[in-house]
Design a protein. Sequence first.
Length: 152
Amino acid sequence: MNLAQTHDLLMFIAAYDNRRFDDATVYAWQEAVNDIPFDDARRAVIDHFRESREYLMPVHVRQGAVRIRNDRSPGPRLELTGAPAVAPEYRREETQALIRRVRDSLPDVGREILRRPEWVENDRRRARHLRSVPNPHFVALPPPDGFPMEAS
């Protein structure tokens, strides 16, 4: 699942539970669910809200996607396992150096990369409207019957 699909998934989830999210939320969810096909994740969300009242977290989507994949495939069943999180101070120096090198080699992208173009355009128009002020030199249009306007 890519960033746009992750954003779409969060929009879909928000339709159920009215959650608010921002770009950081999309990035965080992307890291947690990037290996799940979008259709499986969407189906897992639907199943979750049919069966549970819990606040939906990425782990629920992952568990649901594994369940969906196991139901779909006749082969060996998959088990959801995850590596325990490692605090940065416990990582080996080579690993930390690699992380720094990769982070430094990535381009610095703005927040707009996550947003759909139509949303960016809508926000740009709204901001322009909010900044606008009436033109003090505007003179009203002449009346439709053609009478001359009085000079001010």
